[in-house]
Structures are given as C-alpha cells and as structure tokens.
Ligand binder design. Structure first.
Ligand code: PEP
Ligand code: MG
Length: 322
C-alpha cells in the first residue's frame, strides 16, 4: 500500500469521474513543510501561527515572523499557502500577554477578538505577512470570525498596513486572497452575506462542532455529543459551500474532519474544494478520492442532509462506499 501511495505523490487529485479537488496540509512551523511535500501536499491549507508566539517570554518580532512566513512560502513555490493570523486564548495561553482568567475561555477573549483589541500585536503580524507575500502564493485567513464587522475591521487593518508599506516603498503582492475560518455557527448561518466580501472560506470543524453541539472538544464526558456526522453539522457545511459557490468563491476545510475517511465522500458530495489535513493523511485520502465518483456522492446529498442522526449518516456512507 505504501508503494501505491508513493506513486501518487506528485499527482493531482481527481475523482473517478474526473473532478479535481485540492489536498493540502495543516502545519505549525516552517520545519513541517518538508513532510508536506514528501507526502504529496498540493498546498498549505492552514498554517497555525500560534507556535511562533508560544514557548517564549515575549512577542515574536515582525522580522522573526517575516522570516518564518517567507521560509514556508519559498519552500512551497507556486503552491497556495493559507496563513492563519494569531489564534490565542481558549486553550492556548501566552504568559507574557497577560490574558484575563475567564469562566468560559472557549467563549471568551480569543483569536480575532483579542487581535482587534491589541493592534500592537496584530499589526506587526499583518506587516510581516504582507512583506512575505512577494515570496510565494500567500492567502491570509482570520480565525474565530463571528460577525461581519469583525471581518471588515480585520481587513481594514490589513489594507491600512498595506498602504503604509507601499508608501515606504516596500513591495507587496497584489493578489493576496483574504478569507476567514468558519468555526462559529453564526458565520455559517449567514455565509451568504459573508460570501460577498471574503475571497474564501475554510471550515474549522474542530471548533464548529463544539460550538454547534455545545460540547467542549476536550471534555470526555460530553464527547458522545461531539459528532462530526451529525446532520446539523452537515447542513451548516452545506450552507457555507452553497453560499460560496454562488459568489464564485472557494471553500476549504481545515478541521480534523477533512482527513476522515467517512467524511471525505460526504464532503465531496457537498462540493468541498480543498481538504486540509495532517500531512500523513494526504496520500491515503488521494487514494480514496481516486475511487469515488463525485456525481454519485452528489446524488446522495439531499438524502444525507435530511437524515435525523449521525448514526444513520455513518451507516449510509459505509453502505454506499464499501
Ligand atoms: C478548527 O477549529 O477546526 C481549527 C482548524 O482550528 P484549531 O484546531 O486550531 O482550533
Ligand atoms: Mg479553531
């Protein structure tokens, strides 16, 4: 099997009926890129920049960030690289930032909420990204977007830093796509409105599931409610993809669900464009997709979306794909 996978390393990803999708990888540091390329990754679908900020006693400088982003972009060449801006708070604490202790950290002051209130942290990251953009195919993504205003504010700060750099004579790429993570139900529900303003969506199912089911993703006692295949989740994913495609935008997924062999046929049928997963899942996923017909999976869509339970969904998918 390893040999069969290896043959697919430098191949694009097509379904049995000739539809193309993109298989990308999630990374945390520039050192992870080698593994992505060795495993046939067609892009980076999520670069979690938190690691630059963690395990240190102070903020990373703009220069350190510029070097890290440039390294990833250069290693990836023309391939797309989606960099997510800082997602701290929740489970990810930073000692030097003096984040407040909260009763519900996952519903609290984190990610874009923190960044919009702390421009001294956010602006250097945006500048580093803009400066690095000339070294590859950069796409910028904001995490934990709950409202359209948050997206507009974040994008305005980005444009402001771009203007400033251009005025200083610094080169910035003219075609950086700017998108958001869809990991809060409010954003999935009004994806139609967001789709007019963003360049792309990436569905973060790790959080989207926990917020939709009101089940902490780390709490074993309620893990029975953490259901990726619950029809509620599938309907939200469907809403996002339909809204995006109507506006000619693409949709990726960077939560664990994107690399899951039960979810992959469902997501193909729902029309997902990009699947971002851990590097080692890419070749198995490519092998699986080669043997799936997009047309057939699409024909199951309405049935799946109308089902009552996750269990029914799983049984149906297993029956149809075995
Ligand atoms: C997600 O929420 O699905 C996601 C990819 O982000 P993280 O796991 O970093 O919260
Ligand atoms: Mg998340």
């Amino acid at each position: 099997q390893q040999q069969e996978w290896a043959k697919l390393k430098d191949e694009p990803t097509f379904t049995s009926d000739g539809e193309q999708v993109e298989l990308a990888a999630n990374i945390g540091t520039p050192a992870d890129v080698e593994g992505v390329l060795n495993n046939g990754g067609e892009g980076i679908g999520l670069y979690r920049t938190e690691f630059l900020y963690m395990g240190k006693s102070e903020l990373p400088t703009e220069e350190e960030q510029y070097e890290a982003y440039t390294s990833v972009l250069e290693q990836m060449g023309d391939k797309p690289v989606v960099v997510r801006t800082l997602d701290v708070g929740g489970d990810k604490e930073l000692s030097y930032l003096d984040l407040p202790k909260e009763l519900n950290p996952f519903l609290g002051f984190r990610a874009i909420r923190f960044c919009l209130e702390n421009e001294h942290v956010f602006r250097p990251q945006l500048r580093a990204l803009l400066r690095a953009s000339v070294h590859g195919n950069l796409k910028i993504m904001f995490p934990m977007i709950a409202t359209l205003e948050e997206f507009r504010k974040a994008k305005a700060l980005l444009l402001d830093e771009k203007e400033a750099l251009l005025a200083e004579g610094v080169k910035v790429s003219e075609d950086i796509e700017v998108g958001i993570m869809v990991e809060i139900p409010s954003t999935a529900v009004i994806a139609r409105q967001f789709a007019k303003e963003v360049d792309f969506f990436s569905i973060g199912t790790n959080d989207l599931i926990q917020y939709t089911m009101a089940a902490d993703r780390m709490n074993q006692q309620v893990s029975y409610l953490y259901q990726p295949y619950n029809p509620a989740i599938l309907n939200l994913i469907h809403t996002v993809i339909e809204a995006a495609h109507k506006e000619g935008k693409w949709v990726g997924m960077c939560g664990e669900m994107a690399g899951d062999s039960i979810a992959i046929p469902i997501l193909l049928g729902l029309g997902l464009d990009e699947f971002s997963m851990s590097a080692t899942s890419i070749l198995p996923a490519r092998t699986q997709i080669l043997n799936l017909s997009k047309k057939e999976m699409t024909s199951f869509k309405e049935q799946l979306l109308s089902m009552g339970t996750a269990e029914e969904v799983v049984a149906f998918v297993k029956e149809k794909t075995e």
